[in-house]
Design a protein around this ligand. Structure first.
Ligand code: PAF
Length: 287
């Protein structure tokens, strides 16, 4: 286990990276908001396999939280994050204070990605993806990685970032990595730490409901409405679970579908008690 250098300043990180770039090393970036778990570890491991230098950013980005959301109470533990980064072989951690990223407060320039940001989570969190796209653009510009790694658990975020990178010709390969799940199926998320033991015990129902939808599609159900109804029906009996959306969308454009046939994804957002959880599952194209 080798130590990972922690950088708080953009200038210091850039000088350190420049030496590696000049030496021809391939740089991988794993952007995170910290409170790292096994899902993040899988991203770091993949970056470690594919790149010479691995940078993990740890920054709870205020501009992607709406009013009344959990910015203040979002869990933070840099010591734990550092230990996980070191165990997975990351070379550097970029953990800037807010003022380093936003020295003048809210930035005048924002990156908004139309269409793909607008449905699903974008409906209840109208400014969220502009906050994500803006901070990811900044991180890509600061680190200038060859590759950047994101989890498929945040499926819409990954689609927004892929669209942004393609539209703006950003010179980076975006690598999407499979969702890592607890043994009972719950998708790993830093926000799972908000769940009481009772709610935590109910949370795997979300993945089971998605599996029921996927299985219906695999058994030949083509109607997106019927597949979504299966998922909703499986969630209905769960106490304290309020479904925000269940949608069957095109795997790339995220456009809502009437019928499945090509690559599709079932995406859900559920409030369990006060905690908003998201998850998704792929439906394979009909051969
Ligand atoms: O997925 C996250 O943790 C964040 O949205 C990201 C991509 C690090 C941007 O703040």
């Amino acid at each position: 286990m080798s130590p990972a250098t922690v950088f708080e300043r953009i200038g210091a990180l850039r000088s350190w990276l420049e030496a590696h770039r000049v030496a021809g090393r391939r740089i991988g970036l794993v952007p995170t908001m910290g409170y790292l778990h096994a899902g993040h570890a899988s991203l770091i491991r993949r970056a470690r396999q594919e790149c010479d230098i691995v940078v993990v950013s740890v920054f709870v980005n205020p501009t992607q939280f709406g009013p009344g959301e959990d910015y203040d109470r979002y869990p933070r533990d840099l010591e734990h994050d550092q230990a996980l980064c070191e165990a997975e072989g990351a070379d550097a951690i970029f953990a800037p204070p807010v003022v380093e990223m936003y020295p003048t407060g809210a930035p005048c320039t924002r990156v908004t990605v139309a269409r793909v940001s607008e449905g699903l989570c974008g409906r209840s969190r109208p400014h969220h993806f502009a906050g994500v796209a803006t901070v990811v653009t900044k991180l890509l510009n600061i680190v200038q990685p060859h590759r950047a790694y994101f989890g498929e658990k945040d499926y819409q975020q990954l689609a927004v970032i892929r669209t942004m990178v393609a539209d703006l010709n950003l010179p980076v390969d975006i690598v999407g990595c499979p969702t890592v799940r607890e043994s009972d199926g719950l998708a790993m998320s830093s926000r799972n730490s908000y769940l009481s033991p009772e709610l935590r015990a109910r949370a795997p129902a979300i993945y089971r409901a998605l599996c029921a939808g996927r299985d219906a599609a695999q058994a030949g159900e083509r109607s997106a409405g019927a597949i979504a109804a299966r998922v909703k029906a499986a969630l209905e009996p769960v106490p304290d679970a309020a479904v925000e959306y269940v949608e069957v969308v095109d795997a790339e454009s995220l456009a809502p579908l009437q019928e499945v046939g090509g690559g599709a994804v079932i995406a859900v957002a559920v409030r369990l008690g006060g905690t908003r959880l998201i998850d998704n599952i792929a439906i394979k194209p009909v051969p």
